[in-house]
Design a protein around this ligand. Sequence first.
Ligand SMILES: [Cu+2]
Length: 154
Amino acid sequence: MASNKQFFVTLAIVAIILPSTASATDYTVGDDSGWNNKFDYAAWAKDKQFYVGDTLSFMYTPGSHNVFKVNGTEFDQCIKPEPQLALATGNDVITLATPGKKWYMCGVAQHCAGGQKLFITVQDASSAANGIFASGYQIVMIATVAIGAMFAMA
Ligand SMILES: [Cu+2]
């Protein structure tokens, strides 16, 4: 019954790995509109849940805009940091590595004052509802696989 054992081992690996890889989301900021000065990013972020491990992609024509990660005061007052801190490739991908509040703004002209700024709150994946779901799912799958393996080896 070697083939049955292989099947359950494969199932066990898939069951344990799948939920943890499926939970990371890549958000294109502004979706099809990208990163520009004619979009409401507060409305875009409002109904989204951001977790550690997710990524933000800022898409724009290089030179027309840029991206600064700033603090809350800089965000509120549109204070531009040192120019060399700007992300400016036009396809800037930021991984949300830690939980907490994150602020981003465009440093070109008066775009920030015009609304080209993004504020999000990143949640710790392990404390989030989907984290609890994932670990519960894993326990159920491991138990199922263990019972199946016992039958397979009998
Ligand atoms: Cu801009």
